[in-house]
Design a protein around this ligand. Structure first.
Ligand code: NAP
Ligand code: G4F
Length: 348
């Protein structure tokens, strides 16, 4: 039986990847941060919470990362832990660098010191491309990061390449384009929209405020994307791969489609609020996944329309269950309304 260590197992991808690896017969270990309130709802929601070994560790604490590697004795490490919300990285640029950038150095050093046989997956991102590159973006497109988040990820990307070349570690970058699901964090625009649509359709809310409606993303389905992570570590040689659908759609398209899925007109319910505009935003991402198709045999089945339907249906279903008095692991009921989250002084 193989051992896998997943950093960030409590997040969207961590939970789906854990399920995939359990299904493949792995013994799965995952790191989590000690918080004042437990944060295991995704693992519970997917029905795998009791099958995972949990190790407390923080990406800013090298000792805890070394312990996690020693305890789990992994054949493969999937490094997913990061402060992953681009918007927040402008407000917290130093911790973005520490957690998301230097965290990669800490874990690669732990591998170098303990066993160079451990295979390593780094959660790289399409945010690395930033602006100024005409789509579609591939493995050879130059990087031009536009946020503290993507600058930190750029460091992680290059460190992964450097440790592969300098120490011969089997280290891969998955350059994943946006991928979403019903367990996506509520901060991200897709889930923010699907959750709002469900609440509006059920009379629990009337409007939702968004930022840049013109931004375009290549949105895929997270359970399919975690499969590519595993495939990368099963290849004869380590390499870097773009994972994407090859399509691009705007935030406006997503909102329109999501409201329509609930029989609503998006223009009657969506406002634009300056507070959700970023200081710098990536305008258009569209990936070219042909290398992954050719070498990994990976291809996405769920495209934009199906993704929107899956997310809206699941959020509708959960709010209906909740209104019927059912209790189940879930994030939305305890999330504050937008109006109560301040990113600037009141009145500014
Ligand atoms: P996510 O849901 O935000 O999960 C992030 C995980 O990192 C959570 O488990 C979180 O723990 C953990 N984490 C945050 N700060 C940490 C710290 N200081 N120490 C230890 N753990 C920490 O993100 P995701 O969507 O699953 O993404 C997984 C990875 O892929 C991230 O590295 C992200 O940047 C990258 N990525 C994502 C996408 C995408 O579209 N989803 C695309 C490209 C790349 P808590 O639960 O305690 O917060
Ligand atoms: O959903 P988002 O916050 O995702 P973003 O910034 O593309 O980042 C995600 O994908 C990256 C891969 O490309 C990952 F590396 C990263 O970890 C994360 O998973 O925003 C998408 C777009 C942006 O252009 C944003 O400005 O939607 C725009 N947007 C418009 N209104 C909004 C909103 N974004 C958010 N979060 N909230 C809004 O109200």
């Amino acid at each position: 039986m193989k051992n896998a260590l997943i950093t960030g197992i409590t997040g969207q991808d961590g939970a789906y990847l854990a399920r995939l690896l359990l299904d493949k017969g792995y013994q799965v270990f995952g790191t989590y941060r000690r918080l004042s309130t437990p944060n295991f709802w995704r693992l519970q929601y997917l029905g795998i919470f009791d099958r995972i070994h949990l190790i407390p560790a923080d990406m800013v604490d090298a000792a805890s990362i070394i312990s996690a590697v020693n305890i789990s004795q992994p054949d493969e490490i999937y490094h997913l832990a990061a402060q992953s919300f681009v918007g927040a990285s402008f407000a917290q640029p130093v911790s973005a660098g520490d957690i998301t950038g230097l965290g990669v150095a800490r874990i690669l050093e732990a591998i170098r010191e303990s066993s160079r046989e451990i295979k390593f997956y780094q959660a790289s991102t399409s945010e690395l491309y930033g602006n100024g590159n005409s789509p579609p973006q591939s493995e050879t497109t130059p990087f031009n990061p536009c946020s503290p988040y993507s600058a930190a990820k750029l460091y992680g990307y290059w460190l992964t390449v450097i440790y592969r070349q300098a120490y011969g570690i089997f280290a891969c970058n998955g350059i994943l384009f946006n991928h979403e699901s019903p367990v996506r964090g509520l901060d991200f625009v897709t889930r923010k929209i699907s959750n709002s649509v469900a609440k509006i359709a059920l009379g629990l809310q009337d409007r939702v405020a968004l930022g840049n409606l013109e931004a375009r993303r290549d949105w895929g389905y997270a359970p399919e994307y975690v499969e590519s992570m595993w495939l990368m570590l099963q290849q004869p040689r380590p390499d870097d791969y773009v994972i994407a659908t090859g399509e691009t759609h705007s935030v406006r398209d997503f909102a329109q489609k999501a409201f329509a899925a609930a029989g609503l007109d998006w223009e009657e319910h969506v406002d634009v609020d300056q507070k959700f505009l970023r200081l710098l935003d990536v305008e258009c991402l569209q990936g070219d996944p042909s290398k992954a198709k050719r070498l990994l045999g990976w291809e996405p089945a769920v495209k934009f329309d199906d993704l929107v339907d899956i997310m809206v249906k699941e959020d509708m279903h959960r709010w209906q269950r909740c209104l019927a008095g059912e209790a189940f692991p879930w994030d939305a009921p305890s999330y504050p309304s937008d109006a109560r989250i301040l990113t600037r002084a009141i009145g500014e």
